[in-house]
Write a protein that binds this ligand. Structure first.
Ligand code: PLP
Length: 370
């Protein structure tokens, strides 16, 4: 008998979500973002499910990119942080990987590498995120040397939005777009290059970007069925379906008397007689330890709350009003019937972190047909 916790990965939901991204993208092509093991959903299974529809795959990890090629992926593959050392460049050539170049060192290493093939490159511009990306002066230099290099088959300009998911009165994307326009206006020839701008939030919220004209967008989280801005719009409202359902079972049921405390530090105390269930799921499975009492959970199909500390292998749930609950009752931690966004919000984090934290000890069941 195996431990009852399981992650169900619904690949038909993934494919549906891709079509939603497609609808928003207009003429733009889509990099399906599959970094971090496809946000915890399994790189090869996600790429396999999108093999016949994704225009390309974008990720960070070189091993993952090679695994995609070895699995037969023929679409372009975009390496979102480029290479970390020039030693990797022969592999970029061998596996036909498109590097994002975000420093002048990368640009110089690339044109100095004497690769056996020409490769497309993305030039990442800093327009206000202030993490990765070239400044205006660096951009001018980079463009000049890349244009002169026989190693480069095409150049695409890329930037990343810091606030595409913010509230309507927040900064949004306008200041970064203005910055981008200024950069391109001040650097001779820059306007002719195609652009790659949008993450899921920008893709779904700013249709005007399609006029910019963006030729590639980079949706990630929406493919996995979570909302890029859950305080503004739910995944359901965006017509997105959950791909990952983390579910388990009650492995014990217990009655508490008033004053009984639950779990480590006894940080929940029963005020009246009540029943609680113990779920085979803990932080070692990827459930967030900082999820407080009150985090939503489904038991036997009914919504209730967690009580007390999350432990390594167990959480406790309130069974008040769930008369059907018994040892063995099914529990949904997030996914079908309970959005990861709600759980993440209750735990003070975002769905991305929940998905990426799914632990290797959780068995995975894959659903292919919806
Ligand atoms: C992760 C990532 C994305 C995808 O972002 P989502 O919010 O998941 O859509 C897009 N672009 C870059 C550069 C990224 O690192």
């Amino acid at each position: 008998m195996t431990r009852p916790i399981q992650a169900r990965i619904d690949l038909s939901a993934l494919r549906h979500n891709y079509t939603v991204a497609r609808r928003h993208a207009g003429e733009a092509r889509l990099w399906a973002v599959v970094k971090a093991d496809a946000y915890g959903h399994g790189l090869l299974r996600v790429a396999g499910a999108l093999a016949d529809c994704a225009d390309g795959f974008a990720l960070i990890e070189l091993e993952g990119a090679i695994a995609l090629r070895d699995a037969g992926v023929r679409q372009p593959i975009l390496m979102l942080e480029g290479f970390y050392s020039p030693d990797e460049l022969p592999l970029f050539a061998e596996y036909r990987l498109t590097p994002v170049l975000h420093t002048l060192d990368q640009v110089e290493a690339f044109i100095g590498a004497a690769l056996p093939v020409r490769l497309p490159v993305y030039l990442k511009l800093n327009t206000g995120m202030n993490r990765l990306g070239l400044s205006e002066d660096e951009f001018r230099v980079a463009l000049a040397v890349l244009e002169a290099s026989p190693q480069v088959s095409s150049i695409t300009l890329m930037t990343h939005f810091a606030d595409a998911d913010c509230a309507p009165d927040g900064r949004g994307i306008v200041s970064q777009l203005v910055h981008l326009d200024q950069l391109c206006a001040r650097i001779s020839g820059a306007r002719q290059y195609p652009l790659c701008l949008s993450n899921s939030a920008a893709l779904t919220r700013y249709p005007e970007l399609r006029q910019h004209p963006e030729i590639w967008a980079r949706p990630g989280i929406m493919l996995y069925g979570a909302s890029p801005y859950p305080e503004l719009q739910t995944a359901v409202a965006l017509d997105l379906r959950p791909v990952m359902t983390l579910h388990s079972r009650l492995i014990a049921v217990r009655s508490l008397a008033p004053g009984d405390r639950v779990g480590y530090s006894g940080c929940f105390t029963a005020e009246q007689p009540m029943q609680i269930g113990i779920v085979a799921c803990g932080y070692a499975d990827g459930y967030p330890r900082h999820a407080p009492t009150g985090t939503p959970v489904l038991v036997a199909g009914q919504r209730t709350r967690t009580v007390g500390r999350v432990s390594m292998d167990k959480i406790c749930v309130d069974l008040t009003g769930i008369s059907a609950a018994a040892c063995g009752s099914p529990v949904v931690l997030w996914g079908e019937g309970l959005s990861a966004d709600e759980v993440a919000t209750a735990a003070g984090t975002i769905s991305y972190e929940l998905f990426c934290a799914l632990s290797g000890r959780v068995a995975v069941e894959v659903i292919r047909e919806g």
